[in-house]
Design a protein around this ligand. Structure first.
Ligand code: CA
Length: 232
Protein backbone atom coordinates (compact mmCIF):
# COMPACT_ATOMS: atom_id res chain seq x y z
CA UNK A 1 0.00 0.00 0.00
CA UNK A 2 1.18 3.52 -0.77
CA UNK A 3 2.69 5.09 2.32
CA UNK A 4 1.57 8.56 3.34
CA UNK A 5 4.20 11.09 4.35
CA UNK A 6 3.48 14.51 5.79
CA UNK A 7 6.17 17.15 5.25
CA UNK A 8 6.03 20.21 7.53
CA UNK A 9 8.53 22.75 6.20
CA UNK A 10 8.08 26.49 5.71
CA UNK A 11 10.92 26.90 3.21
CA UNK A 12 9.24 26.37 -0.15
CA UNK A 13 12.41 25.31 -1.97
CA UNK A 14 13.21 22.54 0.50
CA UNK A 15 9.56 21.45 0.73
CA UNK A 16 9.30 21.14 -3.07
CA UNK A 17 12.59 19.27 -3.28
CA UNK A 18 11.49 16.78 -0.63
CA UNK A 19 7.98 16.43 -2.08
CA UNK A 20 9.38 15.72 -5.53
CA UNK A 21 11.93 13.20 -4.28
CA UNK A 22 9.34 11.32 -2.22
CA UNK A 23 6.70 11.34 -4.95
CA UNK A 24 9.28 9.95 -7.37
CA UNK A 25 9.73 7.04 -4.95
CA UNK A 26 6.00 6.33 -4.96
CA UNK A 27 5.05 7.94 -1.65
CA UNK A 28 1.77 9.78 -1.17
CA UNK A 29 3.14 13.15 -0.02
CA UNK A 30 1.40 16.12 1.58
CA UNK A 31 3.48 19.24 2.10
CA UNK A 32 2.41 21.94 4.54
CA UNK A 33 3.99 25.15 5.84
CA UNK A 34 3.22 25.20 9.54
CA UNK A 35 1.76 23.44 12.56
CA UNK A 36 -1.77 24.60 11.95
CA UNK A 37 -1.79 23.16 8.45
CA UNK A 38 -0.13 19.98 9.73
CA UNK A 39 -2.97 19.45 12.20
CA UNK A 40 -5.52 20.00 9.44
CA UNK A 41 -3.77 17.43 7.23
CA UNK A 42 -3.65 14.91 10.07
CA UNK A 43 -7.36 15.40 10.75
CA UNK A 44 -7.97 14.23 7.18
CA UNK A 45 -5.80 11.15 7.62
CA UNK A 46 -2.95 10.11 9.89
CA UNK A 47 0.28 9.72 7.87
CA UNK A 48 2.67 6.74 8.07
CA UNK A 49 5.59 9.07 8.73
CA UNK A 50 6.21 12.78 9.30
CA UNK A 51 9.13 15.01 8.35
CA UNK A 52 9.09 18.11 10.52
CA UNK A 53 11.31 21.14 10.20
CA UNK A 54 12.84 22.41 13.42
CA UNK A 55 12.37 26.11 12.72
CA UNK A 56 8.77 26.81 11.81
CA UNK A 57 6.82 30.05 12.06
CA UNK A 58 4.41 30.03 15.00
CA UNK A 59 4.51 26.69 16.78
CA UNK A 60 8.07 25.34 16.54
CA UNK A 61 8.87 21.91 15.15
CA UNK A 62 9.83 20.72 18.62
CA UNK A 63 6.57 21.83 20.19
CA UNK A 64 4.71 20.22 17.32
CA UNK A 65 6.47 16.89 17.89
CA UNK A 66 5.76 17.04 21.63
CA UNK A 67 2.09 17.64 20.86
CA UNK A 68 1.95 14.71 18.43
CA UNK A 69 3.48 12.42 21.05
CA UNK A 70 0.75 13.35 23.53
CA UNK A 71 -1.99 12.67 21.00
CA UNK A 72 -3.28 9.08 20.79
CA UNK A 73 -3.70 9.15 17.00
CA UNK A 74 -0.17 10.38 16.27
CA UNK A 75 1.70 8.90 19.23
CA UNK A 76 3.32 6.05 17.27
CA UNK A 77 3.83 7.80 13.93
CA UNK A 78 7.57 7.83 13.11
CA UNK A 79 8.98 11.38 12.98
CA UNK A 80 12.17 12.66 11.40
CA UNK A 81 13.20 16.21 12.29
CA UNK A 82 14.84 18.41 9.69
CA UNK A 83 17.32 20.72 11.31
CA UNK A 84 19.79 23.38 10.25
CA UNK A 85 21.47 23.29 13.63
CA UNK A 86 24.36 20.96 14.20
CA UNK A 87 25.12 21.32 17.88
CA UNK A 88 24.98 18.03 19.74
CA UNK A 89 22.70 19.46 22.42
CA UNK A 90 20.19 20.47 19.78
CA UNK A 91 20.15 16.95 18.40
CA UNK A 92 19.61 15.53 21.84
CA UNK A 93 16.80 18.01 22.49
CA UNK A 94 15.27 16.95 19.20
CA UNK A 95 15.31 13.32 20.17
CA UNK A 96 14.07 14.13 23.64
CA UNK A 97 10.99 15.81 22.20
CA UNK A 98 9.88 12.44 20.82
CA UNK A 99 11.35 12.48 17.31
CA UNK A 100 12.78 9.15 16.12
CA UNK A 101 15.56 10.54 13.99
CA UNK A 102 16.92 13.83 12.70
CA UNK A 103 18.65 14.89 9.54
CA UNK A 104 20.79 18.00 9.25
CA UNK A 105 20.40 20.44 6.37
CA UNK A 106 21.69 20.40 3.73
CA UNK A 107 20.95 16.72 3.17
CA UNK A 108 20.84 14.58 0.05
CA UNK A 109 17.50 13.10 -1.02
CA UNK A 110 19.25 9.72 -1.06
CA UNK A 111 20.13 10.03 2.60
CA UNK A 112 16.63 11.21 3.45
CA UNK A 113 15.06 8.28 1.58
CA UNK A 114 17.29 5.77 3.31
CA UNK A 115 16.30 7.19 6.73
CA UNK A 116 12.62 7.16 5.79
CA UNK A 117 12.71 3.60 4.50
CA UNK A 118 14.59 2.41 7.58
CA UNK A 119 11.98 3.97 9.90
CA UNK A 120 9.06 2.61 7.90
CA UNK A 121 10.55 -0.91 7.89
CA UNK A 122 11.07 -0.65 11.60
CA UNK A 123 7.48 0.45 12.16
CA UNK A 124 6.21 -2.44 10.04
CA UNK A 125 8.36 -5.03 11.77
CA UNK A 126 6.88 -3.99 15.08
CA UNK A 127 3.32 -4.05 13.84
CA UNK A 128 3.45 -7.85 13.85
CA UNK A 129 1.32 -8.79 16.81
CA UNK A 130 2.58 -11.15 19.47
CA UNK A 131 1.30 -12.35 22.82
CA UNK A 132 1.24 -9.88 25.72
CA UNK A 133 4.50 -9.80 27.65
CA UNK A 134 4.78 -9.45 31.39
CA UNK A 135 7.78 -8.60 33.50
CA UNK A 136 7.00 -7.95 37.12
CA UNK A 137 4.60 -5.00 37.20
CA UNK A 138 5.06 -4.24 33.51
CA UNK A 139 2.60 -5.58 30.93
CA UNK A 140 3.06 -4.84 27.25
CA UNK A 141 0.63 -5.99 24.57
CA UNK A 142 2.27 -5.88 21.11
CA UNK A 143 -1.11 -6.36 19.42
CA UNK A 144 -2.66 -3.20 20.85
CA UNK A 145 0.61 -1.33 21.68
CA UNK A 146 -0.76 -0.95 25.20
CA UNK A 147 1.66 -0.64 28.06
CA UNK A 148 0.60 -0.78 31.67
CA UNK A 149 2.83 -0.43 34.70
CA UNK A 150 1.36 -1.24 38.11
CA UNK A 151 -2.03 -1.25 36.44
CA UNK A 152 -1.60 2.27 35.09
CA UNK A 153 -1.71 2.97 31.37
CA UNK A 154 1.60 4.41 30.14
CA UNK A 155 2.29 5.98 26.74
CA UNK A 156 5.92 5.76 25.68
CA UNK A 157 7.26 7.32 22.47
CA UNK A 158 7.61 4.90 19.54
CA UNK A 159 11.32 4.32 20.04
CA UNK A 160 10.98 3.75 23.78
CA UNK A 161 8.14 1.36 23.02
CA UNK A 162 10.29 -0.68 20.64
CA UNK A 163 13.23 -0.60 23.01
CA UNK A 164 11.11 -1.83 25.91
CA UNK A 165 9.50 -4.50 23.71
CA UNK A 166 12.93 -5.78 22.69
CA UNK A 167 14.22 -5.77 26.27
CA UNK A 168 11.11 -7.57 27.56
CA UNK A 169 11.56 -10.19 24.85
CA UNK A 170 15.22 -10.62 25.84
CA UNK A 171 15.46 -10.17 29.61
CA UNK A 172 18.49 -10.74 31.83
CA UNK A 173 21.01 -10.32 29.04
CA UNK A 174 23.48 -7.51 28.52
CA UNK A 175 23.27 -5.70 25.19
CA UNK A 176 25.86 -3.22 24.00
CA UNK A 177 24.76 0.07 22.42
CA UNK A 178 25.82 -1.29 19.03
CA UNK A 179 23.72 -4.42 19.49
CA UNK A 180 20.68 -2.41 20.57
CA UNK A 181 21.13 -0.17 17.51
CA UNK A 182 21.13 -3.26 15.28
CA UNK A 183 18.20 -4.98 16.95
CA UNK A 184 15.95 -2.06 17.80
CA UNK A 185 16.85 0.54 15.17
CA UNK A 186 17.93 -1.78 12.36
CA UNK A 187 21.31 -2.65 10.90
CA UNK A 188 21.13 -0.20 8.02
CA UNK A 189 20.49 2.85 10.16
CA UNK A 190 23.32 5.32 10.45
CA UNK A 191 22.90 6.86 13.84
CA UNK A 192 25.30 7.41 16.67
CA UNK A 193 25.47 5.06 19.62
CA UNK A 194 24.82 8.10 21.80
CA UNK A 195 21.26 8.00 20.49
CA UNK A 196 20.75 4.70 22.30
CA UNK A 197 21.66 6.40 25.58
CA UNK A 198 19.14 9.15 24.96
CA UNK A 199 16.30 6.69 24.46
CA UNK A 200 17.40 4.48 27.35
CA UNK A 201 17.38 7.58 29.57
CA UNK A 202 13.94 8.48 28.40
CA UNK A 203 12.64 4.96 28.95
CA UNK A 204 14.22 4.91 32.40
CA UNK A 205 12.55 8.22 33.25
CA UNK A 206 9.22 6.68 32.29
CA UNK A 207 9.88 3.55 34.37
CA UNK A 208 11.03 5.73 37.27
CA UNK A 209 7.66 7.47 37.36
CA UNK A 210 6.25 4.06 38.25
CA UNK A 211 9.08 2.99 40.56
CA UNK A 212 10.37 0.24 38.28
CA UNK A 213 13.46 2.01 36.91
CA UNK A 214 15.73 -0.51 38.68
CA UNK A 215 14.75 -3.13 36.08
CA UNK A 216 16.68 -1.26 33.39
CA UNK A 217 20.32 -1.34 34.41
CA UNK A 218 23.47 0.15 33.00
CA UNK A 219 26.27 -2.39 32.95
CA UNK A 220 29.44 -0.34 33.13
CA UNK A 221 31.58 -0.69 30.03
CA UNK A 222 29.20 -3.24 28.52
CA UNK A 223 25.78 -1.76 27.83
CA UNK A 224 22.29 -2.25 29.20
CA UNK A 225 20.36 -5.06 30.78
CA UNK A 226 16.69 -5.54 31.57
CA UNK A 227 16.44 -7.56 34.74
CA UNK A 228 13.44 -9.70 35.52
CA UNK A 229 13.60 -11.66 38.74
CA UNK A 230 12.33 -15.25 38.73
CA UNK A 231 9.51 -14.46 41.17
CA UNK A 232 8.33 -11.42 39.20
CA1 CA B 1 12.22 26.52 8.60
Amino acid sequence: MQKKILVVEDEAAIRSMVEFALQSEGFDVTGVENGREANQAIAEGVPDLMLIDWMLPGVSGLELVRGFRRNASTRTVPIIMLTARTEETDKIDGLDSGADDYITKPFSTRELLSRINALLRRAEAFEDAGDPLQAGEIVLDPASHELTIRGESVTPGPTEYRLLLFLMQHPNRVYSRGQLLDYVWGEDVYIEERTVDVHVLRLRKLLKQHDVADMLQTVRGAGYKFTVRAND
